[in-house]
Design a protein around this ligand. Structure first.
Ligand code: GLY
Length: 420
């Protein structure tokens, strides 16, 4: 089977790496890909936001299975266009992807099924939003309703911060994404990510992970897309996971099906856990990045069988086989990230590192230039290792980080600290 993956990050490198190991995979193409992905797949120049172009590319290259990595093409309806063209596709329709593309949609969905989440209010004008914040006080969470490249959620510890966020959102800083704003009660506890496949009817958990969103050690500094992750997440016990499936995921999936917009793809369930109870922080319509890197390292080749069963509506006939192990991903980012950073610095030492089922450097923002790998993004490498224990996986990931010669990059040194 020829397979096309859309995306260019560490998530898509990890997906490509796992899928390529499955004998069902013949030709593997990733669009647009990156310098690391080019080591496991062909990279193609394709506008991944253009559903008609993606469908035409699939026909031209005899693609039997399309996997959509990031949220933007999902929200733009690329899965709809591909399915309409008869292409087996992993990823929800634009309507179902609203679980990520519209915060108020998800809050309303939770209301409809009684799923536990923070109390909220939604606003399309600044003045009542400001009044609401003054009445509620801080801490409080202000969210742009639409997709804002991971920057649309402000956890405001003071009223002034929350009011500034309202000014920014209604002032157009997030474009159309900020035309509506959701304001939520601040939740305390520990955050964890739960990944569940849905074929529209059946659901299947495929792993847990925890992300480190702040840029610097000790969870300090600005928010980022994620500076590292580990799987499994010990805070998400089997009992809590079952409650989340029963109280949040299954009812929401059933409600989406009842509305005639079944969800097919992965649901990234962002949770806040306190006193043995989980509440929904957010849904995403894709795998997390860098959480996906830890999941793919642990799942390996079976990832393709799971994604295929999901796309074919056969999740009731398959289950994930887990080794009793752990994986850690340490993100190496360009100095300055998540603010301004230089592009084009040369990364050395990668070729000497192992590339095995236990150790991989997944590329996120890299390009091959004049025989060198150069950094072209904020998050650049996702150094991933697997071990019998979390400590072993962490030690190996940092051994690899330390072997990479990239003075213009930095990494947190404490990925996994909470579970260790
Ligand atoms: N690591 C968080 C995310 O992918 O949204």
């Amino acid at each position: 089977m020829n397979i096309l993956i859309l995306g260019s990050g560490g998530r898509e490198h990890a997906l490509a790496w796992a899928i390529k190991q499955n004998p069902k995979c013949d030709r593997l193409i990733v669009a647009p890909g990156n310098a690391g992905i080019a080591g496991v797949a062909e990279c193609a120049d394709l506008d991944i936001m253009d559903g008609a172009a993606v469908a035409a590319f699939c026909k031209e290259h005899d693609i039997g299975f399309l996997i959509i990595g990031p949220e933007a093409p999902l929200a733009a309806g690329v899965a709809d266009a591909a399915r309409a063209a008869g292409i087996l596709t992993f990823g929800p329709s634009a309507e179902a992807a609203r679980i990520e593309a519209s915060k108020s949609f998800t809050k309303e969905l939770c209301d409809a099924v009684g799923a536990p989440t923070a109390a909220y209010a939604r606003f399309t004008e600044a003045a009542p939003a400001r009044d609401y914040i003054r009445a509620q006080g801080a801490p409080i969470v202000v969210k742009a309703d639409g997709l804002a490249a991971g920057k649309g959620v402000i956890v405001a510890m003071t009223e002034a911060e929350a009011l500034d966020a309202i000014d920014d959102m209604f002032g157009g800083e997030f474009g159309a994404a900020g035309a509506e704003v959701v304001i939520e009660a601040f939740m305390t506890g520990e955050e964890a990510s739960f990944f569940v496949l849905s074929d529209g009817t059946n659901i299947l958990p495929v792993g847990t992970a925890q992300d480190h969103k702040r840029a610097y050690d000790g969870d300090k500094g600005p928010n980022t897309g994620g500076m590292g992750a580990y799987s499994p997440a010990p805070v998400l016990t089997d009992a809590i996971a079952q409650d989340v499936l029963d109280q949040i995921v299954a009812p929401c999936v059933a409600e989406l099906a009842r509305r005639g917009t079944p969800y097919q793809g992965v649901i990234f369930v962002g949770l806040m856990i306190e006193d043995g109870k989980a509440r929904l922080v957010e849904f995403n319509a894709r795998f997390g990045d860098p959480e996906c890197q830890t999941l793919m390292m642990r799942l390996g080749a079976q990832a393709l069988d799971l994604l295929l069963a999901c796309a074919e509506g056969q999740l009731d006939r398959i289950s994930a086989q887990w080794a009793d192990d752990h994986a850690v991903t340490v993100v190496m980012a360009a100095r300055g990230y998540p603010g301004a950073y230089e592009k084009g610095s040369v990364i050395r030492g990668l070729e000497a590192l192992p590339a095995t089922s236990r150790q991989m450097v997944f590329h996120a923002g890299t390009t091959a230039r004049e025989g060198h790998i150069t950094a072209t993004g904020g998050r650049v490498l996702a150094v991933t290792a697997r071990g019998a224990t979390l400590a072993e996986a962490q030690a190996e990931a940092y051994r690899m980080v330390d072997a990479i010669d990239w003075p213009e990059g930095f990494a947190r040194r404490d990925i996994g600290w909470r579970a260790l």
